[in-house]
Design a protein around this ligand. Structure first.
Ligand SMILES: N[C@@H](CCC(=O)N[C@@H](CS)C(=O)NCC(=O)O)C(=O)O
Length: 327
């Protein structure tokens, strides 16, 4: 996978240490706030406005998927525009190749996502990743870290939507943080730690931690409808983006094959429950997901052949209504 070093594209960037996959920290960490005051990190000057911000996403990427979901749930589609990159990530990194699933870059007219990073910083060094929250007014990147972007979408744009749902409510924050601390390293990033490992020991360590964490979540879901209680929160959407890819991709492509999500009674019903929340199904493209992982990650799947199956039906009935939903 390529990356930028002092503004120059390098086709091969090493991402492992002693066989373990390393996910580097991201660089653009400013926050959109209602009045433009600085957020928890970065600089101020990014006030919420309708039409000012743009999301660059991939429909295949689980991290970008979170932001697509929050834009949808918070009814911000008119206020925040969005471009989708191609499912294929080759030697040039993410591109806006419209023949391979991209919408094109309607904002800056570029052909590669790396050019967007270079507009923000001509000497940028690091990964060229999605999602990106872009400021059309200042022509710069606000933030490229999905957990932070979803918090902004959740709380900064209240003036531009009539949707009042809150996915990080004060009363549940400690519990949400606890779940995220279990889910991020072991499940969200855990599947990557297994799939991108280059030593047997690193793979097995990630594999065990992943399935231990899934067992813990399965148990939690026997007690309440969602992971942090009977209220749907950001912790559910962060987990959802991994679960919805699991049986189609992570089970086989990333060798996470102890069990399918379909074999866990609670997790599989929970996954269908979330999928059936209005608007969510439209954010899930199994076509982009499968083509990207199997077709682009040639270090894992050298032939690039995309499997035809499995047969999945996320619209089938679930039994989660037995829990009383609170909100
Ligand atoms: N920490 C980032 C991770 C984003 C990320 O790793 N995105 C992947 C796609 S799934 C990407 O763009 N990778 C390109 C690369 O690493 O070069 C976030 O959560 O926003």
């Amino acid at each position: 996978m390529g990356l930028l070093v002092d503004g120059i594209w390098q086709e091969d960037g090493v991402r492992t240490k002693d066989g373990h996959f390393i996910r580097p920290t991201t660089r653009f960490r400013n926050w959109v706030t209602p009045d433009g005051a600085a957020g928890p990190s970065g600089e101020g000057g990014f006030a919420a406005q309708a039409g000012r911000y743009h999301l660059y996403v991939s429909l295949s990427c689980p991290w970008a998927h979170r932001t697509v979901i929050f834009r949808k749930l918070k009814k911000l589609e008119k206020a925040i525009s969005m471009s989708i990159v191609s499912w294929h990530m080759g030697k040039q990194g993410w591109t806006f190749d419209t023949e391979h699933g991209s919408t094109g870059d309607q904002v800056n007219g570029k052909s590669k996502l790396a050019e967007i990073y270079l507009m923000a910083d001509p000497h940028y060094s690091g990964r060229v990743s999605v999602p990106v929250l872009w400021d059309k007014q200042r022509k710069t990147m606000v933030n490229n870290e999905s957990p932070e972007i979803i918090r902004m979408l959740n709380s900064a744009f209240g003036a531009f939507t009539d949707e009042r749902s809150d996915y990080y409510p004060a009363a549940l924050r400690a519990e949400i943080d606890r779940v995220n601390d279990l889910v991020y390293p072991n499940i969200n990033n855990g599947v990557y730690r297994a799939g991108f490992a280059t030593s047997q020991q690193a793979y097995e360590t990630a594999f065990r931690a992943l399935f231990d964490a899934l067992d813990e979540i399965e148990q939690r879901l026997s007690e309440h409808r969602y992971v942090a209680g009977n209220t749907i929160t950001e912790a559910d959407w962060r987990l959802f983006c991994t679960l919805v890819r699991f049986d189609a991709v992570y089970y086989s492509h990333f060798k996470c094959n102890w069990r399918l999500i379909g074999e866990y009674p609670n997790l599989s019903n929970y996954l269908r429950d979330l999928y059936q929340v209005p608007g969510i199904a439209e954010t899930v493209s199994l076509d982009h997901i499968k083509r990207h992982y199997y077709g682009s990650q040639r270090q894992v799947n050298p032939t690039g052949i995309v499997p035809v199956g499995p047969q999945l039906d996320f619209a089938a009935p679930h039994n989660r209504e037995r829990f009383t939903k609170t909100r």
